[in-house]
Write a protein that binds this ligand. Sequence first.
Ligand code: FE2
Ligand code: FE2
Length: 345
Amino acid sequence: MIRIVQISDTHFGEEFKPEKFREAVRQINEMEPELVILSGDIVTWGIHTEFREAYEAIGDIQAEVFAIPGNHDARNDGLKYFRLYFGEVKKSTRLDDLVIAGVNSTLPDSDDGYVGEEQRRWVERTFRRNCINMLVLHHHVVPVPHTGRNQNVLIDAGEVVESLMLHCHGGVVLAGHRHVPYSTKLLRTHIIHAGTLSSYKVLMPDNNYNVIEFEEESIRLKLRFVHRGEVEVGRFAIKHGMPGAVELYRRLSSTHRVLFIASDAAAAEKIARVFNRLSPENMHASVATPESRRIGELLEGADYTVALEDFSRADEVWEELSQDEVEARLRGLVEKLLGAAGGER
Ligand SMILES: [Fe+2]
Ligand SMILES: [Fe+2]
């Protein structure tokens, strides 16, 4: 069993309640978790004195602390102090079969959340099949009710969710931000939000944090109030494997680039024009000759290649066809590519 404690929104500075923080640290040290995850809003205004105070107080936690920034940390160019005391804004670690990737979802001086393509690709590369993959970020991936502003989610939430489904295969997301603990399941991903550990802006009976225990096939989630005891939220089974719908939608929305190759560029042009007239919106044909300077690159970028003469690097060769035969072949090719997009047709 791996025990992780998730704390969030400590808000050192003017919102900070020291007695809540001190008591929580005492409890956490008693629990001896393998890791403490701090999902952002460590401070309130992003200023140096707050970060220094936070660093010193968080130093009382005996377990390793894995921290990523929140929108408040990014205020007033605060991420430079975040880096000074808490390391990189995006980082990963691994505990046995648990792979943890933390990203920076903040934008300078903005409350909006954004992960961005570069970090999404990095998360995809970091996650491992047949492990429990965990994404840590500050902002919401799905709206959290009872927060007063439930539409406040990542700008690129859709992309993040799809990327999780395609690469996470049954994982966990940990976030904070709206000071309301909440957990929900999206297909095979468990999304867990922590409330605020020590801000006076608390939307619950008491400040709180999450205790998450990973067993081989399940996750046990407990919501711990600092001075009001503990509630077991639930035990969730971990299922690996991707829901078919996600892959199907991705294939349907992807584009298809077809390349016609012929020494006679004009002949290839003519066929490509017919293809472009017959094909649906997500397909496009272009042409090349076997001697084209960028032939390697063009072949690489094409989803399907047809040569009008013997050319070993093409997917298909159409030699000496009549006009009618060409049109029939083109229609067949469109159907074939649509079939690849649609799965079983
Ligand atoms: Fe916060
Ligand atoms: Fe926040």
